[in-house]
Design a protein. Structure first.
Length: 259
């Protein structure tokens, strides 16, 4: 290994390259992700201290009267031990891990990706990013279909900074619905949904019910956000397995009290 070769590798020229290959590109929260990390050795032998995979997303945050998108790490795992990569050697390191239940869905403007980082001594660390699609679980699909059955249409879905929610992550994913038909058209401005927790035995929801302003008092309440009501709903596995019609009835009975 020449001194010149080591210098070039230290700035990324002739250094090892990394490519993560996933078994597929679409997953749902709680599903196992499998794949391999391929490391292609460069022009010099290098010491790899470790390989780390992270599930990443972004969230919207307001700072100094402006909105910015920040990256957030949902989870991270180490997939290899320290090892030497010989000149032009190709190594494939298999991995598997379970996607966290609180991974946001890739709906609206929410991206999710797998970030691969390789820690190489005295060199620019190679990395790789792979976008993945996150679809709703069966329980989440039931809830989303139930709200749609009540006459609401999904207007937007985004991840927002919410430190006061006391969740394990600094953000929540908010689904914003507007009444397009049914009895809530003209009575509500919007209905916002947050999945606080989704698990095999049930789901916890947070609804923000935004009543439509009516008359001067209604306009005054709207200006003070007094027309908004936050309600928590806990659904059992039996509720969810009974289908969207059953869940729609539960949600309807709650929303009707505040509309």
């Amino acid at each position: 290994m020449s001194f010149f070769g080591r210098v070039l590798a230290s700035i990324g020229i002739g250094s090892a390259k990394v490519d993560t290959v996933l078994e597929k590109s679409s997953y749902f929260p709680g599903e196992e992700i499998r794949g391999v990390v391929r490391i292609q050795g460069g022009s010099v032998e290098q010491q790899v201290d470790g390989i780390r995979l992270s599930v990443m997303t972004t969230y919207l945050r307001e700072m100094n009267d402006s909105k910015i998108h920040q990256n957030a790490q949902i989870s991270s795992i180490r997939v290899s031990q320290p090892q030497l990569i010989a000149v032009q050697e190709l190594k494939e390191i298999p991995f598997s891990f379970v996607l966290p239940w609180n991974t946001p869905l890739t709906m609206g403007r929410t991206p999710v990706w797998i970030k691969t980082e390789v820690d190489i001594q005295s060199a620019v660390d190679p990395s790789d990013e792979d976008r993945i699609q996150i679809s709703p679980t069966a329980h989440q699909r039931t809830v989303l279909q139930a709200i749609e059955n009540l006459g609401f249409g999904l207007r937007d879905a985004e991840t927002l900074y919410a430190p006061r929610m006391r969740q394990s992550l600094p953000f929540v994913q908010e689904f914003e619905w507007v009444p397009t038909g049914g009895r809530y058209r003209g009575r509500l401005d919007e209905l916002e949904l947050i999945f606080l927790d989704v698990r095999p035995d049930g789901a916890d929801l947070l609804l923000q019910i935004d009543r439509k302003a009516s008359g001067m008092m209604g306009m005054f309440a709207e200006a003070l956000d007094a027309d908004e009501k936050f309600v928590r709903i806990s659904l059992t596995a039996n509720d969810l397995n009974a289908g969207a019609h059953k869940v729609a009835g539960i949600i309807d009975s709650v929303v009707a009290k505040y509309s």
